[in-house]
Design a protein around this ligand. Sequence first.
Ligand code: FES
Length: 352
Amino acid sequence: MSSQDIPEENLPAEQDTSHGAVGVADEKHPFADPGLPPHEYRVQDIDERAAKRSERTVSLLFTVSMLATVGFIAAFVAIPVDKSVFIFPFGHISALNFALGLTLGIALFCIGAGAIHWARTLMSDHEMVQERHPVEASPELRATIHEEFKQGAKESQLGRRKLLRNTMLGALTLVPLTGVVLLRDLGPLPGTKLRHTLWSKGKLLVNMNTDEPLRPSDIAVGSLTFAKPEGLDEHAEDFNNEIAKAALMIVRLQPGDIKDKRELEWSHEGIVAYSKICTHVGCPISLYEQQTHHVLCPCHQSTFDLSDGARVIFGPAGHALPQLRIGVNDEGYLEALSDFEEPVGPAFWERG
Ligand code: FES
């Protein structure tokens, strides 16, 4: 029931609902304020019997809450911990947990429902208007601040003692430069270091396990061999940085199985040398499937086809593994014929 359904003689005297309303905008109030809509009386506001019913409903909810709390305590004391009950659709569950959860849930729900019903039906629901205070300072306050600022400047003698003022400005201007200088610790910039590896024309391919230079006869068909450039000492300070770029994997294929023309040209008797560093995020590749000539990166399963220019056939890697051009020197050892022609590892460095 709304106030429209209540006989007019039962309604309380009309109250002023136009508080703060400004029908037309003017200089002081640039936006028209329509004020509040007429107040809607609830049935409980004018019918004491309805108000009593609401009161009883709220009291009933609070009483049920009290009973549930008592039930909670009783369940805690009376129900054995290991007793179970069948509750559809949960099946067999602990009787104690079920009783505690149920009674506590009812107790809390009834308090909340009672409070909401009380607020909605019995508490005052008159709309209130609270005027906002102006945020700007009063002219007197602004004048005071202005005066105090001028007074402070005068007392500090900034205007009169120009040397002092200028040196202070200089100090305040220069001090932020200390932060700029600290940026130097982020350097030095890598420059083109990441684009190049230790490989160069004539560098021998050295077996990573035996530390011996490799001959073509050391590479069997179907095997996977890891190699590093000659002269790279495992105890050298920059070993880890250098091997992270220069590590090679060497595989011998049947020349007829090599589909990529450039790959064939850069190989030696079917022996191909590729960067071991995955082009996704740089994990070392270590799994070779000799039937398919696929190599697999264990980190995120990028798969590269070594018989087809090491192009990506699966996974998140963005581009093929870089190939190293190799040959054989006069003494019959495998050697590099140049550095890699593209940066090894993740594509990030190519954008630099
Ligand atoms: S690092 Fe190789 S697939 Fe992610």
